[in-house]
Design a protein. Structure first.
Ligand code: ACM
Length: 266
């Protein structure tokens, strides 16, 4: 099956323009599971709470989710992308999952990064996995990768593919995700953005690009450049992610010793 991700440079606050760009890029795809970056339609660097309020949306009723649903329906796509969500007077760094049948689900980022902590509430959905015709798909958002528990929790719930909308600024994730994939035997699709945001004095955020699709044996199947808009795709076989045995004696899920991992859950 075909999976992909779209790396580009969103313009801050220009939702319509950014969505149009996504729509045009995704015209090239059919019957594909495609991942978009974190905050792909709004941009990332909020200056204040007011900007967060103005740009956040209800899910699934809001403009961005509806626009993604339309694209998904027209092209037979499954799409995962990140957006700021308004819910019960709180704001979350969220990702939606839509398909040809419409809205599938929502994930709220668990581990907030840097000034996201000023503007957003830590996610309360927990890690979720959806069973689709593209296999079992779980979501984590950007900095969630830094916590191995995120990918592990998705793998234990049966994820074949981790969809990973991102706005990476630290350099480590492209090297680290192959390890997450290897230790959980899952595919991962990290959709990052490019460009620089300088919306706050003395604070430049340079996004590292390098979106990638990684296989359960830790191989980078395809990786984008640091600075160019790119649509990456790869043909994958999700059944590879369901074989958790490494040899006749070792299975990476059933060999776990949760009774000795108590401090992890403290
Ligand atoms: C990040 O979580 N956006 C680095």
């Amino acid at each position: 099956m075909l999976v992909g991700c779209y790396q580009f440079e969103p313009v801050f606050g220009e939702k319509e323009e950014n969505l149009l760009k996504v729509k045009k890029a995704l015209q090239k795809l059919k019957n594909c599971l495609v991942v978009l970056p974190e905050f792909f339609a709004t941009g990332y660097q909020f200056r204040n709470h007011e900007e967060v309020q103005i740009l956040s949306e209800d899910i699934p009723e809001g403009y961005t989710t509806k626009a993604l649903e339309e694209i998904a329906k027209a092209k037979g796509l499954y799409i995962i992308g990140g957006l700021p969500e308004r819910f019960n007077n709180r704001y979350y760094n969220s990702a939606v999952f839509v398909g040809p049948e419409g809205f599938i689900g929502l994930y709220r980022k668990t581990h907030l990064f840097f000034e996201e902590k000023i503007f957003f509430t830590p996610g309360d959905t927990g890690f979720r996995v959806w069973n689709t015709e593209f296999g079992r798909v779980g979501i984590m958002i950007c900095f969630d990768w830094f916590f191995p528990e995120s990918a592990r929790t998705l793998a234990i719930q049966g994820a074949d593919i981790i969809a990973h909308p991102s706005n990476l600024v630290l350099p480590y994730c492209p090297q680290a995700m192959p390890v997450r994939c290897l230790e959980n035997r899952v595919f991962a699709i990290t959709a990052n953005r490019t460009g620089v945001e300088r919306r706050k004095q003395g604070q430049e955020l340079r996004f590292i690009g390098k979106s990638q699709i990684v296989s359960p044996d830790g191989k980078v199947i395809v990786r984008a450049s640091e600075d160019r808009e790119e649509l990456l795709t790869a043909e994958i076989d999700v059944s590879i992610a369901r074989e958790k045995s490494i040899n006749p004696y070792n299975n990476l899920l059933s060999d776990r010793r949760p009774s000795l991992y108590g401090p992890l859950c403290a």
